[in-house]
Design a protein around this ligand. Sequence first.
Ligand SMILES: C[C@H](N)C(=O)N[C@@H](Cc1c[nH]cn1)C(=O)O
Ligand SMILES: [Zn+2]
Ligand SMILES: [Zn+2]
Length: 477
Amino acid sequence: MSLPEVYAQLFKYIDSHRDEYIEELREAVAVQSVSGSPERRKDTCRMVDWTAKKLQKAGCEVTIRDIGFEELPDGSELPLPPVIFATLGSDPKKSTICIYGHLDVQPASVEDGWESEPFSLTERDGKLYGRGATDDKGPVLCWIHAIEAYNAMGAEIPVNIKFILESMEESGCLGLEELLAAEKSSYLSDIDYVCVSDNYWVGTEVPNITYGLRGVCEYQIAVECAKQDLHSGLYGGAVHEALGDLVYLLNTLTDSEGNILIPNLLESVAPVTSEETDLYRSITFDLNEYRRTIGGNKLRHNEDKIQLLMHRWRYPSLSIHGIEGAYSGSGLKTVIPGKVIGKFSIRTVPNQQTNEVNEMVISYLEHKWKERGSPNNFKITVDPPGDWWTEDPFHPHYTAARRAAKHVYGVDADLTREGASIGVVSILKQILQKNIVLLPVGASDDGAHAQNEKINIRNYIEGTKLFSAYLYEVGQI
Ligand SMILES: C[C@H](N)C(=O)N[C@@H](Cc1c[nH]cn1)C(=O)O
Ligand SMILES: [Zn+2]
Ligand SMILES: [Zn+2]
């Protein structure tokens, strides 16, 4: 495949601006835009302002869209961080692509086991460590840098661009669906294609382009046995303990193999077709490397690449995330927690319906609670869900994205799905009915949501080239 002339210049420019790009990521990571922490809301809004300025400087027309308030558990209201709309170009002869990214991050603290401060970008062995480095501040900056490279070259971008940048992605995309639905015939009316870079490669060497996501249904089970924590020597033996009830309930959700025990939950899962299995066969994926990266002893479906990938991407899974109110510090504390909240989620897949899944989960847990016969207070809360999505990976939009990847990485990108969830994708699909490509830049071992999240410098720089090439290739469709 011969390289279009413009690439040589763009790629050279991008390579020579590596250090500036790293400095910009350092600034972005330093802003603690944790959407799930009300006390970080000001920082999250600061991240919005910072990015809006960058987009303006890159030549975009930026509007900041207010999306209302979030109701906190104590009934008070907190303003949601606004959404950025930014437009570059409005040539009716060109296609218009919508680029989505998010500026908020998951919580992180050095006590969780980070080797360096999570909000202070730290370079080690060609890797940039920091919360949001790969999810999703790095990729958002790659887009801005790709545009800057075109500008600096005086090269015409062959598509119009419309950004949607939100800052509540890690917290159920609050307020976004209403905003986008209201913009269907205005801001979103002329979108031809959508591109999202908010997931990761399946491995560490071969790029991939993603045509499916799982949805997510999140739950909290609260059990209360006392108005505050109790000394276990003084009260142990006298009270029905909340944490015992909660552990019992959580343990009824899956069997020891991790199979979901909620009746009928798997009934609506779409059957696997032979065409689908064929798509999995050629994917470059090393089971042993994957296991080694995790540091675990044995995987489920250990010997079978296709089964393992299918269970990550196209079958549901249930994960227990944590227990609020239970003692989790080091050492022992002889306490009986007064109130505990267990948190778990189910990743949903085609053709499961979110409301049906919720009903099954609630009725199962209520049944188990009755069986337990506890006198304690019990409440289940359902958090805002995200829906699953799949796309036609043989659409010309995918061909364009694969051409771009081949130019940058020199190999064919694999066509893959993703087990995680990106709320906006199914929302945009429903509103626009346009082809959506997920174009990841980070590697499988980036540790999004975990300790020591990072992006490899190579992935960050090549990702910028990938986006510059994608803009060019989509302009040729
Ligand atoms: C894939 C994307 N970068 C991501 O991390 N999505 C999150 C969305 C979410 C849902 N609840 C909290 N965050 C995910 O899949 O967990
Ligand atoms: Zn995330
Ligand atoms: Zn993300």
